[in-house]
Design a protein around this ligand. Structure first.
Ligand SMILES: *Cc1c(COP(=O)(O)O)cnc(C)c1O
Length: 424
């Protein structure tokens, strides 16, 4: 950071010296957050346009979520699952009625929940489809992002994520995203397919929104072939895309009291990130009984999964989503955001396009994929009071907390377009 004060520089130096270099952070050192804002160690205020990769949908330090965490953490924090606790049952019942699945399996991080879903899918296939031992295959999509464990990076095609971490876990078939013919071929040409794992929008890849009928038709294909549809909504879930879930399609079931049915009902739903509003690592896998019942005592677990603090925090965070109608707000502000950006793009040489759904959006910069224009724009956005990060090379993702107001969004678009103008 060129003009870094000594406090900021010191914090960055410590991370560089004593931390593994597994990230390349934008040079800004944050110490406080509230709602849509964060403040750095020198008191400078920023709009947060990343929301910790869509974990902080409810805004930083939401008072109801913080209160739930404080109260529960003074009472009981962890029992392990060796014993029952008084929060887990109510939490699972809450999840079941909120997302309309029979059962939940609580974990902590998104990657763990993906691993859990893969295990459930494989076990279901062996026990219900008579697939010979060790032969189950799961179809995944090119340019996927599902986390960082050894099995998950085994089916990544991102060399940075994968290289030198082998040997890789077998049992995955890769098809192009948003390509129903490729999915159908893979289903037809492989005997032992157990499931299809898909992101409703590919977030990390650069916010790729598939054709509007992609998921519903993929679901039909899966069901026709007796294969489980596994939706990874770790990033798209919990109101981010203008619906409670991106698989909700046109159903507005995130509205208070809505009893609409989702457009696409995955067999296994994976949630993480915003299920806690960013206050605590919470993830969950949801499925109906005929699938979830393959999990029996000893077959899966986690010391912290479903702990009382996680349960209390997640219930509060999900209440906030409904009470503050965050899905509706994301939907409305998303249209406004893309509309204003599209007006700007008409006369822009530096921005090729804006795309997204709800408040999960990205702009593509007219630069090569290994160019540094997007990074430099993000540095200038920071100087101008707004924090965003390039995802892949020349793509900048814009994902503010969903508690933003219309006035704030318009102010932010002003900051973004003024900054872009400096690069035209
Ligand atoms: C972030 C993310 C994950 C991994 O979540 P972690 O909590 O970082 O392990 C998995 N899937 C998707 C779609 C994600 O965006």
């Amino acid at each position: 950071m060129q003009n870094a004060t000594s406090a900021a520089q010191k914090a960055m130096d410590l991370e560089n010296k004593y931390g593994a270099h597994n990230y390349h952070p934008l040079p800004v050192v944050l110490e406080r957050g509230e709602g849509v804002f964060v403040w750095d160690v020198d008191g400078k205020k920023y709009y947060d346009f990343l929301s910790a990769y869509s974990a902080v949908n409810q805004g930083h330090c939401h008072p109801k979520i913080v209160q739930a965490m404080n109260e529960q953490s003074q009472k009981l924090t962890l029992t392990s699952r060796a014993f029952y606790n008084d929060k887990l049952g109510p939490y699972e019942a809450y999840l079941s009625s909120y997302f309309k699945f029979d059962k939940a399996l609580p974990m902590n991080t998104g990657a763990e929940a993906v691993e859990t879903a893969l295990k459930i899918c494989r076990k279901w296939a062996y026990e219900h489809k008579n697939i010979p031992e060790g032969q189950a295959q799961i179809i995944v999509c090119r340019n996927n992002f599902h986390g960082r464990t050894t099995t998950i990076i085994s089916f990544s095609n991102d060399a940075t994520a994968q290289d030198n971490f082998g040997p890789y876990t077998p049992g995955f078939i890769m098809v192009d995203y948003d390509d129903l013919a490729a999915l159908e071929n893979a289903l037809k040409n492989n005997k032992h397919v157990a499931g299809f794992l898909v992101e409703p929008i590919q977030g990390e890849a650069g916010v790729y929104v598939p054709a509007s009928d992609y998921l519903s038709r993929a679901a039909e294909l899966c069901h026709a072939h007796g294969v489980l549809l596994i939706a990874d909504e770790v990033q798209t879930g919990i109101a981010r895309t203008g619906r409670l879930l991106a698989t909700c399609g046109s159903c507005s079931c995130a509205q208070k009291d809505c009893s609409g049915t989702p457009e696409v009902k995955p067999d296994i739903l994976i949630l993480g990130k915003a299920i806690s509003g960013g206050a605590y690592p919470v993830s969950v896998v949801l499925a109906n009984d005929h699938i979830m019942n393959v999990i029996t005592p000893g077959t899966h677990g986690s010391t912290f999964g479903g702990n009382p603090v996680a349960a209390a925090v997640a219930m509060a965070a999900l209440e906030v989503v409904k009470n503050e109608r965050l899905a509706n707000n994301a939907e409305e502000l998303g249209h406004l955001f893309r509309g204003l950006l599209n007006d700007y793009i008409k006369t822009s040489n530096i921005v090729a396009l804006v795309r997204g759904k709800g408040l999960l959006n990205a702009i593509v910069i007219n630069d090569s994929e290994d160019g540094d224009t997007a990074w430099n724009i993000c540095l200038r956005l920071r100087d101008n009071g707004l924090l965003a990060k390039p995802t892949h090379g020349n793509i900048i993702r814009f994902a503010p907390p969903l508690v933003m107001t219309k006035d704030q969004l318009e102010e932010c678009v002003g900051i973004i377009t003024r900054t872009l103008t400096e690069f035209e």
